[in-house]
Design a protein around this ligand. Structure first.
Ligand code: C2E
Ligand code: MG
Ligand code: MG
Length: 690
């Protein structure tokens, strides 16, 4: 503690003897007791007191505002710590009458050793109420106001500013947590005349956020260049907005960043800035829908959280892990300058994601597809492009079912461009309804007669020629336009069947329904609409669905098939034996026909036991059996010997346009009547039908 002399003392009996002789009002205020310890005659008059004793007996704390009490305590601390002296214009209210005076405050050590405040009136001039109020407002406000010189020395602090100073002797520059802020502020003031920003400041109660506004001015006392600062404490507001930003940028389930951050460019995240060389990793969980459908949504959620945890455990400061879609994640590795380190990290991430997932009592093997784009320091690739490239590389991993990550290169880029062009062509073809439907006959093996036809979609592209549906249908599924294709096919088939029906030809037709179409929530209502439009017996129309449509829970699939059958359609399982379905469970599905996949026919006689099993199973379900892809007489003979009901394949005919179908079938039946097995090669037959 700094010790003070008692300048007004003249002898040890009365420490205030000298002060009593002064004509100006002088009194000593005991801050701890909120009372006056001494007052000279002039002070008594000013305070409107009869004598010193009555003034000293007043309790000045009653009616004192909190801010004044705080300010007085602050003064006392300032006297103790830095021998301070203040000049202030002060309005006080002795006997409810306001008096405004200029007062010098200095520290005064009482005879008992405690610090008190000596108040000496230096002026009591007449003031306008405006100036009095202005001076008072400055004293009472919570806004921190400070004036500092061009060297950073603090020239003036209002009490609110003084109360937050971490120490009495710090300079303006030392107050900023970020040392770059002070010069930045001065530069702004010099260039624009003022500076406004929110920054972190050291205060007596720790680091706080302030909204600082600084203006250049002249010091009224010295006339020299100075800076006037007003500061509002915005710590609470900052904490609230930070929290809101945090929540807006996060995925609620996994706590990772969300899609908005990835789209808006990572650099929005302030401290996290992309390095010149960085790496984007795009991760997609394989068959996530299957996990959700089979084990429930809580297992799906737990899987996502585990993926997020594993990714986060492989990020360093400045990296980001984000969930950008249902089952898609993106990781940014901020520093990709060392190739060796980067590959080590990519391998570690891949290994981590390959480990089994413990989800409650389940242990799941969850596959992921990973694509990587590495941006070199001098690579000008934009952020959005980088993200797209990692996505393309991921798509390659998924398509090729790779067990490792794919790093983007130019061949992937070219393939992706090609694909985009193809998608545009498909969209145009849909808009112009450029598709045709061909029909491939189905032959009853017991009679050698054509009993049905499979409707197969054909797309003749002006440059690419005939494009196989096996190529464009999966792309339509990914593009989300398969329903539109389905509608085109249905319209064409319905018109054709109506025409045949009007001609008295009750030809049954089977129509392929893609798994995506079948799983669509609207599928049953679309099927119902079809029934309203058909003007022929619906039992002539068969919907072919594949086993991959069964993903989604057997009960739900069985219910859908039942609904479709109740509407009047026949239902066939196409390409049977290649999918995931458990052969024993097939009895749960009320299907009218089972079409054994053409690979089994092609692999005869090796596949004979499996085909026999399929036929036995179908017979038990009272379903018709159809063998697809029959190309040779040997295959035909085997199928006849093993009780297969119907066959379809190039041996009989390729798919043909609707207008030639009836004639072609008549010719086919005529030829089949004369068939001597193993005599005519299938090529001859094709020529005959062509
Ligand atoms: P799918 O339903 O299994 O159709 C049978 C495919 O096998 C057809 O190929 C057909 O031309 C071919 N095929 C028939 N006989 C033989 C044969 O003896 N040998 C060989 N190697 N192949 C034979 P396509 O027309 O190229 O159709 C391929 C796939 O595209 C179809 O397989 C079906 O899954 C899909 N598809 C075709 N049309 C449509 C459609 O309108 N809608 C939907 N969603 N998918 C369709
Ligand atoms: Mg089919
Ligand atoms: Mg098939």
């Amino acid at each position: 503690m700094v010790s003070f002399t008692m300048p007004l003392a003249s002898n040890s009996q009365d420490p205030f003897a000298l002060a009593r002789r002064l004509r100006r009002p002088v009194w000593v205020y005991d801050t701890d007791c909120h009372s006056i310890a001494f007052a000279n005659q002039a002070a008594c008059e000013l305070w409107n007191a009869q004598d010193e004793a009555s003034l000293c007996s007043r309790d000045l704390s009653s009616g004192m505002s909190l801010t004044v009490a705080e300010r007085l305590k602050q003064y006392q601390r300032d006297f103790v710590e830095r021998d301070a002296e203040f000049v202030e214009t002060w309005t006080f209210h002795p006997c409810d009458h306001p008096i405004t005076v200029d007062v010098i405050y200095t520290g005064f050590v009482m005879p008992n050793g405690r610090m008190a405040m000596m108040c000496e009136v230096i002026g009591e001039e007449a003031r306008t109420s405006e100036t009095v109020r202005t001076a008072n407002a400055l004293l009472h406000t919570d806004v921190k106001v400070a004036l500092f010189g061009s060297d950073g020395t603090i020239l003036y602090h209002n009490p609110a500013a003084r109360s937050v100073l971490p120490s009495a002797d710090c300079s303006s520059a030392q107050l900023f947590v970020d040392p770059g802020d002070f010069p930045r502020m001065l530069q702004d003031v010099r260039e624009k005349g003022e500076s406004k920003f929110v920054t972190q400041i050291y205060t007596s109660s720790g680091e706080k956020w302030f909204d600082l506004r600084t203006k250049q001015c002249l010091d009224a006392a010295s006339g020299e260049q100075a800076y006037l600062v007003t500061a509002y404490d915005v710590s609470e507001l900052k904490a609230t907005t930070d929290r809101a930003h945090y929540l807006a940028a996060r995925d609620q389930l996994t706590g990772c960043y969300n899609r908005s951050i990835v789209q808006s460019d990572w650099s929005e995240l302030g401290a996290i800035r992309r390095g010149p060389a960085y790496c984007v990793i795009y991760i997609d969980i394989n068959k996530f829908k299957h996990i959700n459908d089979t084990y429930g949504h809580s297992a799906g959620d737990a899987t996502l959280k585990t993926v997020a945890d594993r990714l986060r455990s492989h990020t360093r400061e400045g990296d980001i892990a984000a969930r950008i879609g249902g089952d898609e994640f993106v990781v940014l590795l901020n520093d990709a300058s060392s190739e060796g380190d980067l590959h080590k990290r990519l391998n570690a991430i891949q290994t981590a994601l390959q480990k089994p997932f413990e989800i409650g009592p389940l242990i799941l093997e969850v596959g992921v597809s990973i694509g990587v784009f590495i941006k070199g320091a001098n690579d000008p690739t934009e952020w959005s492009e980088a993200l797209q490239r990692a996505d393309m590389a991921m798509y390659c991993s998924k398509r090729d079912q790779l067990n490792t990550f794919t790093i983007f290169d130019d061949t992937i880029g070219a393939a992706a461009k090609e694909r985009v062009r193809f998608e545009i062509e498909i969209a145009q073809a849909i808009a112009n309804r450029e598709f045709e439907v061909f029909y491939q006959p189905r032959i009853a093996l017991s009679t050698n007669r054509v009993v049905a036809a499979e409707a197969l979609l054909r797309w003749r592209h002006r440059e690419l020629g005939d494009v196989s549906p096996a190529k464009f249908i999966p792309i339509c599924e990914e593009m989300g336009v398969i329903d539109q294709i389905g509608e085109i096919v249905f319209d064409k088939v319905r018109e054709q069947m109506s025409e045949w029906y009007r001609q008295g030809l009750g030809i049954s037709v089977s129509l392929n329904v893609s798994p995506k179409q079948f799983q669509h929530d609207d599928f049953i209502s679309i099927a119902r609409r079809m029934t309203a439009l058909a003007d022929f017996p619906l039992s002539l129309l068969e919907l072919e669905i594949t086993e991959s449509s069964f993903v989604g829970g057997e009960t739900e699939v069985a219910r859908r098939i039942q609904n479709v059958r109740e509407l009047g359609f026949q239902v066939a399982i196409d390409d049977f034996g290649t999918g995931y379905s458990n052969l024993a469970h097939i009895s749960r599905f009320p299907v009218s026909c089972i079409k054994a996949d053409q690979t089994f026919v092609a692999q005869l006689p090796k596949s004979a036991p499996l085909l026999r099993l399929i036929f036995t199973l179908a017979k038990q379900l009272q379903s018709t059996t159809v063998a697809e892809g029959v190309e040779t007489y040997e295959q035909l003979a085997w199928l006849r010997d093993n009780d297969c009901d119907q066959a379809q394949g190039f041996l009989f005919s390729k798919a043909i346009p609707a207008d030639g179908f009836v004639t072609a079938c008549q010719r086919l039946e005529a030829r089949m009547a004369n068939w001597a097995p193993a005599a005519a090669p299938c090529e001859d037959l094709d020529v005959a039908l062509g």
